[in-house]
Design a binder for this molecule. Structure first.
Ligand SMILES: O=C(O)c1ccccc1N[C@@H]1O[C@H](COP(=O)(O)O)[C@@H](O)[C@H]1O
Length: 210
């Protein structure tokens, strides 16, 4: 099965289109105001409207208030919600939507234990832990910390780029990889060439001859 790719932190319709043209299966929209990739509901709607069909749209929140998330869900057609903070499982479930739960690979963390409560998640996304930065840090983490038997499909994130993603895929065989800063020319501005090179590297990681 080819590794799925989510390109996160799309802020402009042309970047969403370029991600889809490069072959991304999903794009991520960041609804965390402190992020350089933050988009409003209106910007998000414009990005979604420009996308071709069959590209999934993931809305990313970091410890957002329930009302804020409900408000967004009413305004923007999202396929999945990504919870990228310290949201407990009941808070992720209460919207009745498919969700991804991000877990941060703090040194020494027991990721299998951290994952256990999210047994109804559509997927578990593992990202680097960087103090004070919830995500989009461009930092990798020690892939040896990834547990063998996660209860849900693994989405690998954290500092991926065209130079390391093939190695990550060969080593961990994740269901999907998720990239943000590794395919940018500046924070929040995606680079079509880097996205193309990333997709090519994913194919190399998937290839038995790679
Ligand atoms: O992208 C962001 O700005 C962001 C902000 C807050 C939480 C999560 C965020 N992005 C997620 O972080 C991972 C890793 O990013 P990177 O590739 O290391 O830059 C990314 O895949 C997003 O899902």
């Amino acid at each position: 099965m080819p590794t799925r790719v989510k390109i996160c932190g799309i802020t402009r319709p042309q970047d969403g289109l370029a991600a889809a043209a490069a072959g991304a299966h999903a794009i991520g929209l960041v609804f965390h105001p402190a992020s350089p990739r933050y988009v409003t509901a209106s910007q998000a709607r414009d990005i979604v409207a420009a996308l071709p069909p069959l590209v999934s749209v993931v809305g990313l929140f970091v410890d957002a208030a329930e009302g804020e998330i409900r408000d967004l869900l009413a305004q923007v057609p999202l396929d999945l919600i990504q919870f990228h903070g310290a949201e407990p499982a009941p808070d992720c479930r209460r919207f009745g939507r498919r969700y991804l739960k991000a877990l941060h690979a703090r040194p020494g963390a027991d990721l299998a234990a951290a994952a256990a409560p999210y047994d109804d998640a559509a997927g578990l996304l593992l990202d680097a832990f960087v103090s004070g930065v919830p995500g989009g840090s461009g930092q990798t983490f020690d892939w040896a910390a990834v547990p063998a038997g996660l209860p849900r499909p693994l989405l690998l994130a954290g500092g991926l780029d065209a130079g390391n993603v093939a190695m990550a895929i060969r080593r961990l065989r994740p269901w999907a990889v998720d990239v943000s800063s590794g395919v940018e020319s500046a924070p929040g501005v995606k680079d079509a060439q880097k996205m193309g090179m990333f997709m090519q590297a994913v194919r190399e990681g998937d290839s038995p001859h790679g």
